[in-house]
Design a binder for this molecule. Structure first.
Ligand code: NAX
Length: 332
């Protein structure tokens, strides 16, 4: 039997936290044979709510769950953790500028970087969910220089899964038969959901989505904007932001990273750019990746046309701006 691993969830008293902890404790993130100890961090004001979540986890009688630590102390939260899912952050309130949001979260991620570097297990794998996710991941990397950059990632899998979902609905096929969409760039409305490499399994074999859809305008306009705006559409409908889908995507992201992507299938992950596809380095950018033995690598050699290139640059430029803003707050 496997030894238990420690999984940290920050912002664990929040919406996504509430959705994700039972998923992790049921093996959806690390496999059905992997026991886990959950570390749950939230701010002191949320201590009662966090304790309530702990009570519910006890009440759920989950056999894989070998322990729960609830705390508002970062050092205790990061102590010995093998995996960290960072969902906690300063929420965007109405009328709040992106700059203010970045300032608040730079402070949080700077402090968590120190805790990560000092207290987490060596080779801890980190997934940043909290927005601005790409830039929070960058702040974490900058302030945890001992942690290899390849161990830090941010979530764009929700956008990737949304893209697969839209394609499946359009074609009337099962979502499990669609693969290899790509989400490029920032987890924001400048992201570029790209269906031009995607395929779908049909009764006539695996075929390019572009061929099956046969609607250039849908692929380059409607599909792109629906995926980009899907988060806003969920908020409008639910009066709350995406939670179960975000939690599910975070499990998919970690599971594929740790256990590997299926052969011939790639997924989207926000990772530290190495300059692939002409994307500037020094930013966290969403790329198509495959994973094997706990390591991701960027899929190389995909054809990028001028349309895709301009969309990819737009998102890289936004990330560059976010980085400048973040650095401004770091130095003050
Ligand atoms: P909630 O506001 O419900 O939960 C956030 C939790 O974080 C709260 O309980 C809060 O007390 C806690 N928190 C605040 N500061 C903290 C700190 N310094 N340390 C630990 N915990 C802290 O938000 P929720 O809907 O759960 O969303 C969480 C984050 O995910 C937000 O930043 C949101 O924007 C982001 N999202 C990112 C997505 C992605 O695909 N990358 C999609 C979903 C989501 O919008």
């Amino acid at each position: 039997p496997k030894q238990p691993v420690k999984v940290l969830v920050t912002g664990a008293a929040g919406q996504i936290g509430y959705a994700i902890v039972p998923m992790i404790a049921r093996g959806l993130m690390l496999g059905p044979d992997q026991p886990v100890v959950l570390h749950m961090l939230d701010i002191p004001r949320m201590a009662d709510a966090l304790n309530g979540v702990r009570m519910e986890l006890v009440d759920a009688a989950l056999p894989l769950l070998r322990g729960v630590v609830t705390t508002s102390d970062e050092a205790e939260a990061f102590q010995g953790v093998n995996f960290a899912v960072l969902i906690g952050g300063w929420p965007r309130k109405e009328g709040m500028e992106r700059k203010d949001l970045i300032a608040k979260n730079v402070a949080i991620y700077k402090s968590q970087a120190a805790a990560l570097q000092q207290h987490a297990a060596p080779n801890c794998k980190v997934l940043v969910v909290a927005n601005p996710a790409n830039t929070n991941a960058l702040v974490l990397k900058e302030f945890a220089p001992v942690v290899p950059a390849k161990n830090i990632s941010c979530l764009t899998r929700l956008d990737h899964n949304r893209a697969l979902g839209q394609i499946a609905e359009k074609l009337g096929v099962h979502v499990g038969d669609v693969r290899n969409a790509v989400v490029w760039g920032n987890h924001s409305s400048t992201q570029f959901p790209d269906a031009s490499h995607a395929t779908a399994r049909t009764e006539h074999g695996e075929r390019p989505v572009a061929e099956l859809v046969a609607d250039e305008k849908w692929l380059s306009e409607e599909f792109v904007s629906v995926v980009q705006q899907r988060g806003a559409a969920v908020i409008k409908a639910r009066k709350q932001s995406s939670s179960l889908s975000a939690a599910s995507a975070a499990c998919d992201h970690m599971r594929d990273w740790v256990l590997g992507t299926p052969k011939g299938t790639w997924v989207s992950m926000g990772v530290y750019s190495d300059g692939s596809y002409g994307v500037p380095d020094g930013i966290f950018y969403s790329f198509p990746v495959t994973c094997e033995k706990g390591e991701w690598s960027i899929v190389q050699g995909l054809q990028i046309d001028d349309f895709a290139r301009s969309k990819m640059e737009l998102s890289a430029n936004e990330l560059d701006e976010e980085r400048s803003m973040a650095y401004e707050f770091v130095s003050t």
